[in-house]
Write a protein that binds this ligand. Structure first.
Ligand code: ASP
Length: 331
């Protein structure tokens, strides 16, 4: 029988109504397991309560705590299931994908849209399926299990705020799907995996700026004292208002001349960006210090930058790390 470690971190799955009327995490890892007694037939389980937070309050410090716990327990278990809030689960999935690379053992995130004590909850189903995937043959790497899908950590995105079918795999097939109780795998663990590699350093000095028509360029110098990298969520396949003659171009050139980094991505949910296509994008794409996010998800872009900035102060090396595909984040 496989041995899995459950890491409980809070989220709706572990929430109860508070006296003030909102939902807040309160249910422990042991209580979660007691709600799904069938798990005992599947595998041996130990549980730790890392923290009990709404995932709106989960960020780099908590990602480091999760990674520390998995690293310490890596040899002792066959896999890991993390119960987590859904709101920032895609960020945590991306973060763990960069901080735990080449893991032959599965690290599976799950959560739910309704508390595990709700009569019509999706929590028991999701928790059970997360364990089914974790003990399955060929399971590997950081994955998110939700509703009937298993999704790679670098490709997951929350695309619905209320439905049980809350997560999508962006521009890539699901790792597996559930048809009723049957798990149907589409992707399996690569035959040759280098040894697992853990990283613990992150630098959160990353700002994401969503462009809107008419936006003033003087926002960019205001950010410079606080951030090493800016992500510009541009339009379509990518461009900068005003093109090469515009004020934004001049500010971005100054930003890059100061040794900072700018990454272009798109507001369009699918198929990524390519600055070389239009005149409004071509020149900015050629500035030293400007990168493109290709077809990475917005969550993966922001977190990969934090991870790359955490490894080195050298901009060229940060750019190299960002451009190198990790766990199928760039297709
Ligand atoms: N606010 C909750 C959280 O992210 C939402 C959920 O878990 O579905 O922790």
């Amino acid at each position: 029988m496989k041995h899995i470690l459950l890491l409980a971190t809070g989220g709706t799955i572990a929430s109860r109504p508070t006296a003030a009327g909102g939902l807040a995490p309160a249910i422990t890892s042991e209580e979660l397991l007691a709600c799904v007694p069938e798990l005992a037939d599947l595998c041996a389980i130990d549980a730790v309560q890392l923290f009990n937070l709404d995932s709106t309050n989960v960020g780099p410090a908590q990602w480091q705590e999760i990674v520390r716990s998995i690293r310490e327990n890596y040899a002792a278990y066959d896999g890991f299931v993390i119960a987590h809030g859904t709101d920032t689960m895609a960020y945590t999935a991306a973060a763990l994908s960069y901080m735990i690379q080449n893991s032959a053992k599965p690290v599976v995130l799950t959560g739910s849209q309704k508390s595990i004590y709700n009569r019509d909850t999706d929590a028991r189903n999701n928790l059970y399926r997360a364990f089914v995937y974790a003990v399955s043959e060929g399971a590997w790497g950081v994955q998110l299990v939700f509703d009937n899908k298993v999704i790679l950590g670098t490709r997951a995105r929350k695309t619905r705020t209320r439905s049980f079918d809350a997560f999508s795999s962006i521009d890539y097939p699901e790792t597996a799907v559930f048809r009723d109780t049957r798990l149907i795998p589409f992707l399996r663990r690569p035959a040759e995996l280098p040894p697992v590699q853990f990283y613990d350093q992150l630098d959160p000095a990353v700002f994401v700026l969503r462009l809107v028509p008419g936006m003033r360029a003087d926002i960019i110098p205001l950010l410079a004292p606080h951030y090493r990298a800016i992500v510009l969520e541009s339009f379509g396949v990518g461009g900068l208002p005003g093109g090469e003659q515009g004020k934004m171009f001049a500010e971005l050139r100054r930003w890059c001349d100061s040794g900072r980094l700018a990454v272009f991505t798109t507001q369009v949910p699918h198929e990524g960006c390519d600055l070389a296509v239009y005149e409004v994008g071509r020149a900015v794409g050629e500035l030293p210090g400007v990168l493109e996010a290709h077809d990475m998800t917005p969550e993966a872009v922001a977190v990969k930058l934090m991870w790359a900035l955490g490894q080195t102060q050298d901009r060229a090396e940060v750019m190299r790390l960002f451009e190198t595909p990790v766990e199928i984040d760039i297709i």
